[in-house]
Design a protein around this ligand. Sequence first.
Ligand code: ADP
Ligand code: ASP
Ligand code: MG
Length: 342
Amino acid sequence: MIIMKFGGTSVGSAERIAATADIILSAKHPVVVVLSAMSGATNSLLALSEGKGSQDSIIERHTATAESLGLPKNICSKIHAIMDAASTPSEIVACGELLSTTIMHSYLCSKGADAAWVPALDFMSVGTDGEPDTKTIKRSAKTAIEKTGQHDIYITQGFICRDSSGAVSTLSRGGSDYTATLLGEALGAESVQIWTDVDGVYTADPRRVQTARRIPKMSYAQANTAARRGAKILHPDCIRPAERAAFPVQVLDSFHPETGGTIIGNFNDDKGFVAIASLESGNCSEVSIIGHGDAMDDIKQQLSPLNILNIVQNDGYVCAQVSTEEADKAMNLLHDAFINIK
Ligand code: ADP
Ligand code: ASP
Ligand code: MG
């Protein structure tokens, strides 16, 4: 069994939902699909949960998407029912994934696919410490899926969960990646595919470092470090379940399904640096260079045009603290000097 996770941009419009559905339909079945909310929906819902913005515009966006996809009329009452049932702030925030999966499920069924909708709230639970309760998830995920009968495609929600008291809650932002790998661990998946808007993990965020390039293969350890040090393409916690259960994670581009990709697995690391990432906290940024190398003096030298607030060697990365204004410059300097070596 393969788990396919699609992020917000992969379900961000009627056109993207149709393209993502094609990827799901051509996958090897049975498959479990984990979806995020439509891009921007969680932000709108967060605002709504704080009494800002309007519920109507969220309903309108999803209804218009469903109409563009030519879905049966009863989808409108389903969209309204999901929003009307939410009362606590977390229940409101959780609507994004409930809505995107309801639309995708209806679209796949309209294409003649054998797809079941599986409620993540029936299996995804966190303990009193806020950490996923992997034992409960393992037991309940199988039951929740089996309850729907045998199908080619099972669609469920990323990000949303129940807390230890049973109330609706959510993982941290970007948590659908984590749902996917936790589910992979619970179901003994062959692999987890993270489908997004770039064709793999890059040597740095390609929006910030123009010369960044795709990394075809990464070890669990270095992918985990990159994710934890701010490479937003992966949720900070999502590599651990994959490493525990020893299945590979593939990062793929839903806009160009045939191209590239990164495979994360049980590979040995060579000496040298592989990626740059940055974590913002307040006015400061921690820019990390990930990999193995004895280069502290060279790193300091490269960053000398900038005001380095602190620099520390850690296990598997070196972290330099700079003002957030200088973070892009630091990333580019380190990338040119240590990653883009010809
Ligand atoms: P999704 O909505 O699919 O979960 P995200 O926005 O969370 O997508 O993650 C994809 C984005 O992560 C990319 O568009 C890219 O700008 C950013 N990103 C940050 N670091 C990296 C990296 N090292 N490699 C690739 N993309 C990165
Ligand atoms: N929709 C959630 C968010 O925006 C979860 C995710 O996208 O993974 O954070
Ligand atoms: Mg993401």
